[in-house]
Design a binder for this molecule. Sequence first.
Ligand code: ATP
Ligand code: MG
Length: 401
Amino acid sequence: MYRLHDAGFSAYLVGGSVRDLLLDRIPKDFDVTTNARPEQIKKLFRNCLLIGRRFRLAHVRFGQEIIEVATFRAAPSSSKFSKLHQTAEHGMLLRDNVYGTLEEDAERRDFTINALYYNIADYSIVDYCGGVNDLKQKTLRIIGDPRQRYHEDPVRLLRVIRFAGKLGFQIEPTTQAPIAELTPLLKHVPAARLFDEVLKIFHSGHANEILPLLHQYNLLEQLFPQLAACLEDEQKKSIEKFLTLICQTTDARIAENRTISPGFLFAGLLWAPLQKSIQQHLQQEDNTLAIAYSMASHEVIAKQIEQITIPKRFSMMIREIWDLQNRFHKISSKYATRMITHPRFRAAYDFLLLRAQAGENIQTLAHWWQQFYEADPAERQHLLEQVPKTKKRKRKRKKPV
Ligand code: ATP
Ligand code: MG
């Protein structure tokens, strides 16, 4: 910011970083905005990369961090630029890379608390939209006409819920009123962007507060329709308990600065739909459990990626975690020792313990694996010797016709 300032440009810290600093929270990242054009920014910084086709942005590397430096942009509703903004039929914004003034830049932002600027020239906070007051009142207020702003970018429906859960803020009534009704707009959002947004929710450290809100505002129905359908069923309570545990472990890991894996997360979110689908495959067709399991896991994932992209490496992990749940039942010296060296063992094992904690009828099994996992090699051998030998089942041969 000082370099931009010294070169005669204005420079402001903006968005989540200003909001979080004013709330005495540690910002996740820092965004800078300036009247310098991307090419001008590039000239000032050696470690600068211009990115984006839709929005030209500068990424300036600063030590380990990448600071996003954006040129002021105008609000799409700003009439003088209306021709340059393209919208789809349902009002969604397709292009909005039109440069503007600082005030216009503030107006195109989503919520008042996200439209605060820290000015490096005089160390002041610039507030065009009443964000400081809303921060004090712990209020989330969308800038402009709520319906229009949600239509322009339906991801704002998810953002409002994420910030409400993460910051513990109230949603101002007119900002809140259209949410549940407009959730079908999320169908127009590319599945890959929804994947990013879902990860932001689970990386926020407050998944446990946000997930119930997503359910309450019909957003779960759009993001995870199979899960939402299971939450209508009789076993609703036990599913909710499992989801709470998944969210709590995720939040605890974030708090400890540990990584979370989207594979584990999605395996958890889709566990109830998987069980439901397995039951259907067992009932409808004359399948063995293993076949029903495999068909169900393919089906549940295939249906889910209609809404949210799941990159291949994660969908593979989901399947492996699920597959290992089934294999935990085969306790024998050959299997158990091999299982423990499986690259997904740890994730699958954590998953098993969460299922047990949520009250699934696998207490003895989970307890055995816990003992086995925590034991040293000699103790493990001893534990295996105690396992009653299971008779090998003879395979039924199909008689030739
Ligand atoms: P976080 O702490 O999650 O990073 P953030 O507010 O910084 O929160 P970002 O996604 O990093 O969120 O976006 C930075 C800023 O860009 C926001 O504060 C907001 O001003 C603006 N912004 C981001 N997404 C949108 C959007 N969909 N519509 C309007 N403005 C947006
Ligand atoms: Mg941010």
